[in-house]
Write a protein that binds this ligand. Structure first.
Ligand SMILES: *Cc1c(COP(=O)(O)O)cnc(C)c1O
Length: 409
């Protein structure tokens, strides 16, 4: 008899997006012919940048010829991609990293959770509240998050409330924790940490021997000066921070799958006896057991992001989504709604009208305005009372959604 990993059974029955899809399906069944605008799921809508398409087409051709065929690639990624990342994402911003500190992956989501596999189950952990649900849920498997309680909180986690009073920025807790997830610009609130705010976190981590897992999936949406794009812009961060990035929201790679994780050489973890071990070395070993690397075609596509045409196209793509965000932000404000985000991120964080819950307002937008959103409570207890709207749609659909919402308010 094979026994199940009991921790797994603590996971909620369905992921947030499954709940949303179920409600949208019920709506469609009773409203035939209605055409809801989807501003709910955090997935991109615009096609791939032509530079990436061309690079991937060539890569496929190479694989189809005997002389240029390639099989398994290097586990940590091809040099052509790693070198482009080092040069454009780091060296160009004054950050020195080495090739052995970059680990190319098939999307950031997996690594975000898998890093926890290298750490003892009883490390204490903190997450922003609200946050990307994957941080808490992926740590369930090792028993690190505890049990999910009424209201959605996990019993073993420290929550870092991101509230209107704190401008939706997570602040350092009053006690030490071993592991902290941070996301900037943040999903779902769309707000970004300033240099001073990020420095507080790095100082906290240095003081408390804490590891920061810094999710930079939306780095390419940063437009404001004074908002760091990388945590390594902060002195000392190399000793405490893992940085995870993705081509998903940058270049529309949600279906292609490619990202990367940075683990600096100085970042170490401790044995019970106090011996320090480099986390990057452990991760390299883990990859050789767990991962077959990232597809050659995807990596060629990702490398094309760093060509001059690629840079221009990616900038246009993120500008396009940010344009949608700005437009919707202004419209919603004009309707008298309280809204955050949308300046350095493709997300708007909307306060629901007084006296309503997230799901109540979600249903109202769906049934009366035919607009799909994401209820804030799905991202953590402090998300209750909010909705997330994404700018991932056509400009026309964003305009239409605003027209429809104005009509019902
Ligand atoms: C979309 C997203 C990612 C990226 O996921 P991929 O697996 O690379 O597609 C990571 N973190 C957050 C917060 C996200 O919203």
């Amino acid at each position: 008899m094979a026994l199940v990993n009991e921790h797994f059974l603590k996971l909620p029955e369905s992921y947030l997006y499954t709940d949303i899809a179920r409600r949208v399906n019920a709506f469609r069944a009773t409203h035939r012919g209605a055409d809801p605008v989807n501003l709910g799921i955090g997935d991109v809508t615009e096609p791939l940048p032509p530079a990436c398409v061309e690079a991937m087409r060539e890569a496929v051709e190479e694989l189809g010829r005997r002389e240029t065929f390639r099989g398994y690639g290097p586990e940590r990624g091809y040099d052509f991609l790693t070198e482009a990342i080092l040069k454009h994402d780091y060296a160009a911003h004054g950050i020195r990293l080495g090739a052995e500190e970059i680990f190319v992956n098939d999307g950031a989501k997996g690594d975000t959770g898998s890093i926890g596999e290298l750490l003892r189950w009883d490390n204490s952990m903190a997450v922003p509240d609200p946050a990307y649900p994957v941080y808490a849920e992926s740590n369930i498997l090792w028993g690190r998050s505890g049990q999910q309680e009424e209201g959605g909180a996990w019993s073993n986690l420290t929550y870092l409330p991101c509230t209107a009073e704190s401008r939706f920025v997570p602040h350092v807790p009053d006690h030490r924790v071993d592991l902290v997830y941070l996301c900037s610009p943040g999903n779902p609130t769309g707000t970004a940490l300033t240099r001073a705010e990020l420095k507080q976190w790095v100082d906290y981590a240095l003081e408390n021997d804490t590891i920061l897992i810094y999710d930079g999936a939306y780095e390419s949406y940063v437009r404001e000066t004074g908002v760091p794009r990388s945590i390594y812009e902060i002195r000392g961060a190399r000793r405490v921070a893992v940085e995870i990035r993705s081509f998903s929201k940058t270049a529309g790679f949600t279906g292609v799958r490619c990202g990367y994780t940075v683990i600096p050489r100085e970042l170490t973890v401790s044995t019970l006896e106090g011996e320090r071990i480099a986390l990057g070395a452990l991760w390299a070993r883990r990859q050789s057991v767990r991962s077959g690397g990232t597809g050659y075609v995807a990596q060629r596509g990702a490398a094309a992001v760093y060509t001059p045409e690629g840079q221009e196209q990616v900038r246009a793509l993120t500008d396009f989504y940010l344009g949608n965000a700005r437009f919707m932000r202004e419209e919603l404000k004009r309707m008298g709604l309280e809204v955050a985000g949308g300046e350095n991120a493709p997300y708007l964080w909307l306060r629901v009208p007084e006296g309503m819950t997230s799901w109540r307002f979600f249903d109202r937008l769906l049934y009366e305005a035919h607009v799909v959103s994401a209820p804030g409570c799905g991202f953590g207890p402090h998300g209750e009372g909010y909705l997330r709207l994404t700018a991932f749609n056509s400009a026309e659909n964003c305009r239409e959604a605003m027209r429809r919402i104005r009509k019902i308010l």
